[in-house]
Design a protein around this ligand. Structure first.
Ligand SMILES: [Zn+2]
Length: 389
């Protein structure tokens, strides 16, 4: 980059046209998915179809509000799934076309079905709680709903590794005792008590490599994709884990929960404001706060807010990622495995090493590979320059 004052030590490998094309298509898919969702919500409200759906739900809900609400949500999610299915199928074909996955159609379709059911269950819990607070405390519902939502969010983060992930992937305890011990030592140095290291059978669904520290409290565990375990050296896997531990050391999870809490607080406040605005002006024919035909309006507030905050939240995330990288540099014995693991990951996942500036600014939660490598090289240079004890 022309305005970068510190020249990169090792020249960054240029992105292949294939990687550029793949990432461009992925991005357009994400944008299309967002637009379809946004337009769907607006159409539901403006045409009055939301109220029509509510009438259908009331007919099938046999006088029970909770059941009517469930029927309405199920209809809404089913229609939205049908609308988005074409794009998702295209995404599935795309991964195969670029040889990033060898998942078969039946397995993909089964994942889609499971994903829909999981979404319906989680969505029902959220929506039932939401309208319960609206009916019981119409004045202050949004603050209570916010508190409940955050409680649910933390509970879900805790339960996800043991209840949600196994619905889609198989996990087994890591059988490589030597590697397990190395990773446990590295974790303990970061002050983390490891509750388990798992082999994540990602290869059935994707050829991309991945690793993560997941869960909270008792479910906190290291998961390493088999696609990583089978192709990376122990030192490279240590480098990848060291980055994850950097998040732990810098308390990024706790901080992210606070950020999430602040964002959703604003979100619920805005949702309440939008509901009152619509009801006072007799927009969209709502029958009051408790009328669940207004659900698309609540969803719309959340969609618009997420969209507006995306660059800021991504910038915050990139800042955290840089911090985690720095922790990794400091805690591994040599920078080489970090650099080679980054290069391998970029190649294996067909990542863009150097995306355009605005793409990185808006879409990316991680700094580009080129920047991460430059930071690693820079860090090593500084080490060399400072007198060693
Ligand atoms: Zn990270």
């Amino acid at each position: 980059m022309a305005d970068d004052p510190t020249p990169v030590q090792t020249p960054v490998q240029a992105d292949t046209p294939e990687a550029r094309r793949y990432n461009r298509i992925r991005r357009w898919l994400d944008i299309a998915d967002f637009v379809v969702g946004f337009v769907f919500l607006v159409v539901l409200l403006v045409t009055g179809w939301s109220s029509a759906l509510r009438d259908v739900a009331i007919r099938f809900g046999s006088q029970v509000y909770g059941l009517q609400l469930f029927v309405y949500l199920a209809l809404l999610l089913a229609i939205s799934k049908a609308l988005g299915l074409g794009l998702e199928y295209y995404g599935f074909r795309l991964e195969r076309r670029y040889k990033l996955s060898n998942q078969r159609f039946p397995s993909w379709a089964w994942d889609e079905a499971k994903g829909f059911l999981v979404g319906l269950v989680l969505g029902s819990i959220v929506v039932e709680l939401l309208y319960y607070t609206i009916r019981e405390w119409p004045q202050h519902w949004w603050m209570l709903a916010w508190a409940l939502f955050m409680g649910l969010f933390i509970l879900l983060a805790q339960l996800a590794p043991v209840m949600l992930f196994p619905i889609f992937y198989k996990f087994e305890p890591l059988d490589n005792e030597d590697l397990r011990r190395r990773l446990v030592v590295l974790s303990e140095r970061a002050g983390m008590r490891v509750r388990g290291v798992y082999r994540w059978k990602l290869s059935e669904k994707s050829k991309k490599a991945n690793a993560a520290l997941t869960g909270l409290g008792a479910t906190r565990r290291i998961i390493l994709a088999d696609t990583l375990l089978d192709n990376y050296s122990a030192e490279e896997i240590e480098a990848v884990l060291a980055h994850e531990l950097g998040h732990q050391v810098h308390r990024h999870i706790l901080k992210s929960i606070f950020v999430q809490a602040a964002v959703t607080f604003v979100g619920f406040w805005a949702a309440n404001w939008a509901l009152h605005f619509a009801i006072d002006r007799h927009l969209f024919d709502f029958d009051g706060l408790h009328d669940f035909a207004n659900l698309p309006l609540l969803a719309l507030v959340s969609v618009v807010l997420s969209f507006l905050l995306m660059p800021a939240l991504n910038a915050y995330s990139r800042y955290n990622e840089r911090q985690a990288d720095r922790y990794a540099f400091e805690s591994i014995s040599s920078i080489e495995p970090f650099i080679s693991s980054m290069n391998k990951l970029a190649e294996q996942n067909l990542a863009e090493r150097l995306p355009s500036k605005w793409v990185e600014w808006f879409f990316h939660s991680h700094p580009s590979i080129a920047k991460r490598l430059a930071a690693a090289n820079e860090w090593e240079k500084m080490q060399g320059a400072s007198p060693q004890a």
